[in-house]
Design a protein around this ligand. Structure first.
Ligand SMILES: *[C@@H]1O[C@H](CO)[C@@H](O)[C@H](O)[C@H]1NC(C)=O
Ligand SMILES: *[C@@H]1O[C@H](CO)[C@@H](O)[C@H](O)[C@H]1NC(C)=O
Ligand SMILES: *[C@@H]1O[C@H](CO)[C@@H](O)[C@H](O)[C@H]1NC(C)=O
Ligand SMILES: *[C@@H]1O[C@H](CO)[C@@H](O)[C@H](O)[C@H]1NC(C)=O
Ligand SMILES: *[C@@H]1O[C@H](CO)[C@@H](O)[C@H](O)[C@H]1NC(C)=O
Ligand SMILES: *[C@@H]1O[C@H](CO)[C@@H](O)[C@H](O)[C@H]1NC(C)=O
Ligand SMILES: *[C@@H]1O[C@H](CO)[C@@H](O)[C@H](O)[C@H]1NC(C)=O
Ligand SMILES: *[C@@H]1O[C@H](CO)[C@@H](O)[C@H](O)[C@H]1NC(C)=O
Ligand SMILES: *[C@@H]1O[C@H](CO)[C@@H](O)[C@H](O)[C@H]1NC(C)=O
Ligand SMILES: *[C@@H]1O[C@H](CO)[C@@H](O)[C@H](O)[C@H]1NC(C)=O
Ligand SMILES: *[C@@H]1O[C@H](CO)[C@@H](O)[C@H](O)[C@H]1NC(C)=O
Length: 422
């Protein structure tokens, strides 16, 4: 190679390698009141209360052989068409790989009277706003929706505080079912429905029962032992009474179902109490009646007490991310916002730093250019921002040598791939 070829190839390889490293090293800033959904080995997080992240669509690679708390692999994707916070996302669609966001904000960031559904195709990495027929629910926030494995999403409760025709907020106790296979909303049963509530959790058991745990109302107390259930087999409400440890009432916690049939709850705001000794608890649903146990915090890398965070199950592990630290119970001070992930081995309620049983398990290959092409750059990814001038310089240099390149009849594939990555 002569000097000019060397010069250009050097620039190209520096930029390619550098962008690849950046995509792998992306570290999302802390956030809260986001929503999370698992598809395959990607755990997606949508939105935040923090303004700069309200349209964020990021994912964590949760491949169990490499997942660890010290160096998690984060990627950023094309942003949500609208701001998204205090709301819920679920999986459905014909291929069980489309994520549906149930939003109350329009793309112009106005409150909507009707629930708006934004759909993210995780294969194509594209957003759409499908037209949905049927009984469209009034929009709402501060609810958790849950999906089954047949493409149905169940949306219960929440509040529409922006209803302009009344001065106070409306809290709902209705339940709506979105069939993502034929894109139709239907209203579920309201016979024996529980009282209206917000900031509860919704967990679907393998027997078809959705358990609505905790939450809060304007007036009155929601007891942790008194759990409304929605039976998805015959669309009927019931209330079950759990035994075992007495838990303080709470809201803004998280709940996941472990593979061995325990609903594990974490964090939340505890009513009339700063006592965080019950931050981790589990409801055994394999016994009748269901039974609560408060779990001690043991292991390494214990999480702080959090609310407005996310929890998800991957294999035997609960992955906890983001949220607001309760030490100083204020999310107005961003110092209190968590940016880390934590891992709980649900087999023995031990916090761990890695999901890998063998410390020498094989590592993933370096990220490829194909992966980088789906990565969206915005102000959060400072590395990509720095990459733009580098690429511009490279393009100028390349332009200067166009005649030379033409003469040499070199292929331009690398250049095309680089511009695709920005
Ligand atoms: C943590 O995971 C990252 C990403 O998969 C990997 O590169 C790194 O080697 C892992 N670190 C440890 C200590 O396992
Ligand atoms: C929302 O509903 C209110 C009250 O029913 C109505 O006045 C308003 O026009 C509606 N807004 C839109 C965008 O439809
Ligand atoms: C939804 O319906 C409207 C009006 O009928 C139409 O203009 C739009 O293209 C439809 N969108 C989709 C995604 O089908
Ligand atoms: C939600 O849907 C996905 C895709 O079908 C499925 O893997 C998951 O188990 C469903 N969640 C529940 C709680 O059934
Ligand atoms: C506003 O609240 C009133 C009273 O609860 C209700 O009748 C009306 O349907 C609500 N309108 C909207 C758009 O939510
Ligand atoms: C959509 O499917 C559900 C069953 O999941 C059915 O009850 C409903 O009638 C269907 N709607 C349309 C418009 O086909
Ligand atoms: C729904 O099924 C449950 C459990 O089989 C049963 O106890 C309940 O009575 C049924 N409800 C209705 C309305 O059919
Ligand atoms: C909480 O706030 C108080 C007073 O502002 C301060 O003294 C204390 O150090 C803070 N605690 C933490 C854990 O940040
Ligand atoms: C925010 O919280 C941190 C730690 O809790 C504290 O050191 C800092 O002074 C607080 N900042 C404000 C503006 O309150
Ligand atoms: C928890 O269970 C896992 C899997 O059985 C095991 O590898 C680990 O050593 C256990 N941890 C403790 C502290 O017992
Ligand atoms: C992991 O690798 C280190 C260094 O290569 C070696 O000393 C150790 O025995 C290995 N551990 C296992 C469990 O294979």
């Amino acid at each position: 190679m002569n000097f000019f070829e060397n010069y250009i190839f050097r620039w190209l390889s520096i930029i390619l390698v550098w962008t690849a490293v950046d995509a792998d090293a992306f570290t999302p800033p802390g956030r809260f009141r986001e929503s999370s959904t698992l598809v395959g080995n990607r755990l997606y997080f949508f939105g935040s209360q923090i303004i700069a992240q309200q349209r964020d669509n990021i994912y964590l690679d949760v491949t169990l052989s490499t997942l660890n708390t010290t160096n998690p692999s984060w990627f950023m994707l094309i942003p949500i068409p609208a701001k998204f916070l205090l709301a819920s996302s679920c999986v459905g669609g014909p291929n069980k790989n489309t994520i549906y966001l149930l939003n109350h904000l329009t793309t112009s960031n106005d409150y909507s009277n009707d629930t708006i559904v934004y759909a993210f195709d995780t294969e194509a990495a594209t957003w759409s706003t499908p037209n949905i027929s049927g009984q469209i629910p009034l929009s709402r926030q501060q609810f958790q929706a849950v999906n089954d494995t047949n493409g149905k999403i169940y949306m219960f409760g929440g509040t529409q505080f922006h209803n302009i025709s009344i001065s106070s907020e409306v809290i709902f106790n209705d339940i709506y079912i979105l069939d993502t296979l034929n894109l139709t909303w239907t209203q579920g049963s309201n016979v024996n429905a529980p009282t209206p509530r917000v900031d509860f959790t919704a967990t679907l058991l393998n027997n078809g029962l959705i358990l609505y745990i905790g939450g809060t109302v304007g007036v009155g107390i929601i007891y942790m032992s008194e759990i409304p259930t929605y039976n998805t087999n015959n669309n009927s409400w019931n209330t079950i009474f759990a035994i075992g440890d007495t838990l303080n009432s709470r809201s803004c916690h998280t709940a996941v179902l472990s593979p061995d049939g325990h609903i594990i709850i974490y964090g939340g705001g505890i009513r009339d109490s700063t006592d965080q000794s019950q931050v981790l608890a589990s409801l055994d649903t394999t016994v009748n009646p269901y039974k609560w146990s408060i779990k001690p915090m043991i292991g390494s890398n214990l999480p702080p007490s959090l609310k407005y965070h996310s929890s998800d199950i991957v294999g035997n592990f609960m992955i906890l991310a983001f949220g607001v630290m309760m030490a100083n119970n204020s999310f107005l001070n961003l110092t209190n916002v968590n940016s880390k992930i934590y891992l709980l081995d649900t087999r023995n309620y031990t916090w761990v730093t890695s999901t890998s049983t063998s410390p020498n398990s094989s590592h993933p290959q370096n990220p490829t250019v194909t992966q980088i092409q789906t990565v969206y750059s915005n102000s959060l990814s400072t590395g990509v921002i720095v990459a733009i001038p580098l690429v511009l310089i490279a393009v100028l240099v390349i332009a200067g040598f166009t005649g030379y390149w033409f003469y040499k009849k070199k292929k331009q594939n690398d250049i095309i791939r680089i511009s695709g990555s920005i």
